[in-house]
Design a protein around this ligand. Structure first.
Ligand SMILES: [Zn+2]
Length: 102
């Protein structure tokens, strides 16, 4: 005869691990948790490094490039050069830097 206690005993459910593909190395692996994207800590670290590089590159493309367009950071000095040819070259350089003349 079955004991009533035994029939109500809870059996722990075996968690099914989902198969997935690593976003870094494209190998198949079993997920430990639902938000897992990479098969190992190494893949996770490499992906993080690349994401950082991309973020910095995007930032520099957006902001750092435009520093050269700012007025006041050109090659013209505070005082006029005594040599007129040198001064004219600097002025032409400044014009082209600011894209005032082609
Ligand atoms: Zn991987």
């Amino acid at each position: 005869m079955k004991s009533p206690l035994r029939s109500h005993k809870k059996i722990p459910l075996k968690k099914k691990k989902k198969k997935s593909v690593c976003e870094w190395c494209h190998n198949n692996y079993l997920k430990e948790h639902n938000s897992q994207k990479y098969c190992s800590d190494d893949c996770k670290e490499y992906a993080r490094m690349e994401a950082t590089n991309n973020r910095v590159r995007k930032y520099r493309k957006k902001y750092d490039k435009n520093y050269s367009d700012w007025i006041g950071c050109g090659s013209l000095g505070e005082h006029r050069s005594s040599n007129d040819d040198v001064e004219m070259d600097l002025i032409r350089k400044e014009f082209s830097r600011l894209r005032l003349r082609r």
